[in-house]
Design a protein around this ligand. Structure first.
Ligand code: FAD
Length: 402
């Protein structure tokens, strides 16, 4: 019988296992990952940005844990010799109607306690010489890192603490018994006193298997990227973001200098017809029906029909994708960009059509379910892990001493 079993070897599951091991050094901890390596899904296919926390609603978990996580991620990388760069970023308004939105974002950043600066179009050019805009915000604390490297370091530290990590082990069923939780997998059964579900794109299904009706369903949104050819990398020095559409949960296609020196452009946000569907042609009947039979999806789709159609066009038309990027850097041409990887975001959506905006951690019977951990969960991963352990401690410690 394990004290804790964690489902999911992405950055959130690994940070949680690491934080549990630090709080309970004598506990028996097991982490189960269905793939044959760590960080295969969201964690391994993201933009690699250490977000500052400017975008999130003041007072929300996302705002708090991102701001704290931005700092702790940098300290973690320093301590463990992981390459990172606090290169800063610019957010730029390119149309007059975006100026009030940029101002709102600036005020939000201040409310979130960040050190940010309004800059003129000329000052933007000092940082990013090829950007054409009307005005911008400079965010100094934004950085870049490879989150797969971070996740692998978490895994190494868990093993050093005595935790057990088991790959190629897919959780198929969960039974709550009087003696604890029985986790049925393709590699046999495991028993746990306490279960923590960090299954990302499958977190809602695991929540249901654990006997809790999830309050939201995971809707998969694929984000596709292009990469600048090496001869054109000089067009981007750091990170260049547009002003996000305030009604849309994603940040808009942007330029990101990656820690390996390459420059990525994207991601867009298209509905994926498969939860782990990285190609446009990927399709899974059960996943598709799951989305299309969910009333919340149709409410969302009706509300965002125009944005959704634009995203689909941008997915199938490179010209449309390039056009969005030219709003930031007019000099970028189609032949400068080659398609690269894609990632699929797990975004929780409620039955009423509202996207779950904040991180969502739900308590079950001797269990915690991470039901929504979208961006910036990689940035905030160390803080999310600690927050989960705090919640576990509040449930566990009065009754049982682990
Ligand atoms: C395109 C994109 C760009 C992003 N950019 C950024 C960024 O720049 N900065 C940032 O901070 N965040 C970013 N994010 C968000 C960030 O990557 C995620 O919030 C974070 O990785 C979530 O981690 P996770 O561990 O919850 O999920 P995941 O990394 O998806 O891990 C979940 C794991 O659970 C496993 N699993 C699922 N079901 C089972 C099962 N039945 N049995 C066993 N294992 C199972 C999966 O195989 C997977 O490995 C981005 C995300 C995407 C998709």
């Amino acid at each position: 019988m394990y004290d804790f079993v964690i489902i999911g070897g992405g950055i959130v599951g690994l940070s949680t296992a690491m934080a549990l091991g630090q709080r309970y050094p004598d506990a028996q901890i097991l982490l189960l990952e269905k793939e044959n390596h760590f960080a295969p899904h969201q964690t391994g296919n993201n933009s690699g940005v250490i977000h500052s926390g400017i975008y999130y609603k003041p007072g929300s978990l996302r705002a708090k844990l991102c701001r704290e996580g931005c700092q702790s991620m940098v300290e973690f990388c320093q301590k463990h010799n992981i390459d990172y760069d606090v290169c800063g970023k610019v957010i730029v308004a390119t149309e007059p109607e975006e100026l009030p939105l940029l101002e709102n974002l600036y005020q939000r950043g201040l409310e979130n306690g960040l050190e940010i600066h309004k800059i003129t179009a000329e000052q933007v050019k000092e940082v990013e010489p090829y950007v054409q805009c009307l005005a911008g915000i400079k965010v100094n604390s934004t950085g870049i890192v490879n989150y797969t490297q971070v996740a692998l370091k978490y895994a190494e530290l868990i093993a050093q603490q005595g935790g057990k990590l088991q790959l190629s082990t897919k959780v198929e069923n969960i039974k709550n018994t009087s003696e604890g939780t029985v986790i049925e997998t393709n590699q046999g059964e495991f028993k746990a006193k306490f279960l923590i579900n960090c299954a990302g794109l499958y977190s809602d299904r695991i929540t249901r298997l654990g006997g809790v009706k999830p309050e939201a369903k995971i809707i998969p949104f694929r984000g596709e990227y292009y990469e600048l050819i090496p001869q054109k990398r000089h067009l981007v020095k750091t990170l260049i973001y547009p002003v996000p559409n305030p009604n849309f949960p994603f940040l808009g296609v942007h330029f990101t200098r990656m820690i390996d020196g390459s420059v990525h452009a994207g991601p867009n946000a298209v509905l994926s017809l498969k939860r782990e569907g990285y190609k446009k042609t990927d399709f899974d009947l059960a996943d598709t029906l799951d989305t299309l039979t969910y009333p919340g999806f149709w409410k969302l789709a009706t509300k965002h029909a125009k944005d959704g159609i634009e995203e689909i066009i941008r997915s199938f038309s490179k010209a449309a994708f390039v056009h969005s990027l030219q709003r930031l850097i007019p000099e970028v041409q189609s032949e400068d960009l080659i398609p690269t990887h894609a990632g699929v975001r797990a975004q929780a959506l409620r039955n009423d059509g509202k996207l779950v905006d904040d991180f969502l951690i739900v308590e079950g019977r001797k269990a915690m379910h991470v039901c929504n951990a979208p961006s910036p969960a990689a940035t905030a991963s160390l803080e999310i892990g600690k927050a989960i352990v705090e919640k576990v401690a509040n449930v566990q410690e009065p009754a049982t001493k682990l």
